[in-house]
Design a protein around this ligand. Sequence first.
Ligand code: SF4
Length: 247
Amino acid sequence: MCALSKSSKKLANPKSPTQSKKLQSKKPQSNKSKTTIKPSDIATIKSRFLSHYPNAKTELVYANTYQLLVCVMLSAQCTDKRVNIVTPALFASYPTPAALSQANIDELKEIIKSVSFFNNKATNLIKMATQVMERFGGEIPTTQEELKSLAGVGQKTANVVLIESQEANVMAVDTHCFRVAHRLGLSNAKSPLDTEADLTNAFRDNLATLHQAFVLFGRYICKAVKPLCQQCFLQEFCLSKSNFKPA
Ligand code: SF4
């Protein structure tokens, strides 16, 4: 599990008023998040996300953990819709890690060529499948550490796989989560990993559902350009609304 940032600890473990004053007056020591959002506001935001998206699920289409991992790897900097277009042919040609480990890279590239960064992704998919065969007996591993040991699998990809396959209590920060977390003042960290730490520390539980809820909210309402602020159920917490014209 990821380490919590210092700022996150402050967020979830507020000191006494005197101590808080001292902390606020300290000169910043790094670029890490220094949000001032109140615990009661965090609780309200959490509860509204959970009530609006009680059963939030990924829009990636998959049938097993192997397919899930491949889908998530392909979805990096690409839309789920685009991934869902290429995966039926991909899984028909390579239905198992064993088959993918033996794939001809040019044939694999031809299948996934409409996905962003398909050259790198093709290379990583074959390497990942080979590692799964050699080190995990053909089974997709089930821990974050083991998943991260595979080619092309970073913490975000590992956590999304854990969320989807096990409903693990972890947060994964993609472009939508990052944007939403910052617009709502839940984090002002510079990196997805520090943002993940802030969200994890702020919410503590229901992280799997909250991750999916952040993704859906960011994808369809709090969009990067022209967010649908009239439909937003969190307007009073938004730090960015004034930057946008109504869609
Ligand atoms: S008010 Fe608009 S920009 Fe702010 S969180 Fe809601 S949808 Fe996003």
